[in-house]
Design a protein around this ligand. Structure first.
Ligand code: F0G
Length: 465
């Protein structure tokens, strides 16, 4: 049934195949490019979903007690008919993530309508859950027992959790010493076979591609087009939350470049189906040490990409040879967005500034705020625009990064020099204090001295008789 509803179209040569005809590495046999899921029925009058009815149905489902309706992905299942039977869906109640206003950043940037869509509030703490529920459900329905991914950490955490829920086994390849502990601990907890390889993310991808060609293991990296079907649903959530108006501009972190592609697909499909009347600009922000798409736009308008050896402390996006770059480049071009990079110092400051708003995120997410500051500074975003930052990971994924920032040990001198003035007031190192009320009160006075809100007025100490 679903194979009649959906087909795979090669992004490079346009060849169409049935869903079950894709090879194990999800590359086109003719041109080697990636596939995209498409739904031929949507272009046939009569089979095309009705926009008004869908809006009503999706809203009704928010009050439903059905397990599938509690998922922020499967609540929109009419737009991702990729399963033969939706009872096969493996869900951890992903999606339904909050949209937060950011009043402090809004004030300092002069943009009133500035929001963060926090995908780090998913069950395993990252946006990967939305794509994992869709692609792993396909794997289960097609009878696979093993799934695998190469990962900078979040994909592996999500895959391991969903595989465990489905009673399946999972194999994780991660670059030795280059992922945050929180993520590694999750893969272990959820029972994945975890191999740390002495290479980078791109090396892990190369090894895994060979493995899935030799063994019946289902590949769950984002070259798998079913991942993107789940990852497009935050676009639907956003549009719904804004009463089917879309923001003017969305900023997304860029690593392997699937997420920006997925969101672009979500908005494009909503427009085709008449759910929205226009699409937002989508801008991709990369870390300066891992910015092959930025280089590609500068060199040739995003037509060819030269891989780089990736470096950044935002380990989630430490990727030098992004698989989905062509798809992302098209989304940027189609929507009129930009592709820009931000320095290690800018990322650190932006993350701490979000923290000051009570919004924790991992460093890879904070590139969005750092990128927005650049766009505002050079006049590419106007104060009247509605802007959404896509935050991708939870702050507890990489607590070491945060602690190093507040201790002042995160950056090298060269990295911190340009942002030192911005960093100083944001740092809050924990202070070692003697275990007496006097010592704590004295620490409070000295630490609070430089704050906007002064230390509390203290009653004079009681006199000893
Ligand atoms: N933000 C976070 C927190 C991520 O974990 C990733 C990717 C991205 C942004 C970039 O998304 O790759 O779709 O452009 N993490 C992958 C992983 C690669 O293995 O967890 P992208």
């Amino acid at each position: 049934m679903s194979d009649n509803l959906h087909q795979l179209r090669c992004f490079g040569c346009g060849q169409r195949i049935r869903g079950d005809q894709a090879g194990p590495n999800f590359r086109c046999a003719d041109c080697g490019d990636l596939f995209e899921v498409e739904y031929p029925g949507w272009s046939r009058v009569g089979d095309r979903p009705n926009a008004g009815a869908l809006k009503w149905l999706w809203r009704e489902r928010r009050l439903s007690n059905e397990k599938l309706d509690h998922s922020g992905v499967w609540r929109f299942r009419e737009l991702l008919p990729i399963l033969e039977n939706f009872d096969h869906a493996v869900t951890l109640r992903e999606g339904n993530t909050p949209l937060y206003h950011l009043p402090l950043a809004a004030r300092s940037l002069g943009i009133d309508a500035l929001f963060a869509k926090h995908q780090g509030m998913n069950p395993t703490g990252s946006f990967k859950d939305t794509g994992m529920t869709s692609a792993l459900s396909v794997a289960r329905e097609r009878g696979f027992e093993w799934v695998a991914c190469a990962s900078t950490g979040n994909t592996s955490a999500a895959m391991a959790a969903y595989a465990a829920r489905a009673g399946m086994r999972s194999l994780v390849l991660i670059p030795q010493g280059k992922i945050a502990w929180g993520k590694l601990s999750q893969a272990m907890d959820y029972g994945a076979v975890t191999c740390q390889l002495e290479t980078d993310f791109d090396g892990c991808v190369r090894v895994l591609t060979r493995i899935v060609e030799q063994a019946p293991i289902y590949l769950l990296n984002s070259v798998n087009p079913y991942r993107l079907e789940g990852q497009k649903t935050p676009a639907l959530e956003l549009a719904e939350a804004m009463d089917w108006n879309v923001p003017d501009h969305i900023l997304v972190p860029g690593g392997n470049l699937a997420n920006s592609s997925a969101l672009g697909k979500g908005f494009r499909e909503m427009k085709e189906l008449g759910l929205i009347t226009r699409v937002p600009r989508i801008t991709v922000v990369q870390a300066a040490g891992s910015a092959p798409l930025v280089h590609s736009f500068a060199a040739n308008g995003g037509q060819a990409l030269e891989p780089v050896e990736a470096q950044t402390r935002a380990t989630a996006i430490r990727i030098g040879n992004p698989a989905s770059w062509r798809k992302a480049a098209q989304v940027i071009r189609e929507t009129g967005g930009w592709c820009l990079d931000v320095s290690e110092g800018e990322i650190a400051v932006a993350k701490a500034e979000l923290g000051r708003e009570g919004i924790g995120s991992e460093p890879a997410s904070a590139v969005t705020l750092a990128g927005l500051k650049q766009l505002v500074a050079d006049g590419r975003i106007a104060s009247s625009e509605t802007v959404v930052l896509l935050l991708t990971g939870h702050t507890l994924k990489d607590a070491d990064y945060t602690i190093d920032f507040h201790r002042g040990t995160l950056l090298t001198e060269a990295e911190s020099a340009p942002v030192e003035a911005a960093m100083q007031p944001l740092r809050r190192n924990a202070v070692a204090v003697e275990a007496t009320p006097e010592a704590v009160l004295s620490a409070l006075r000295s630490v609070a001295q430089s704050d906007e809100i002064p230390a509390p007025q203290l009653a004079p100490a009681p006199q000893a008789h």
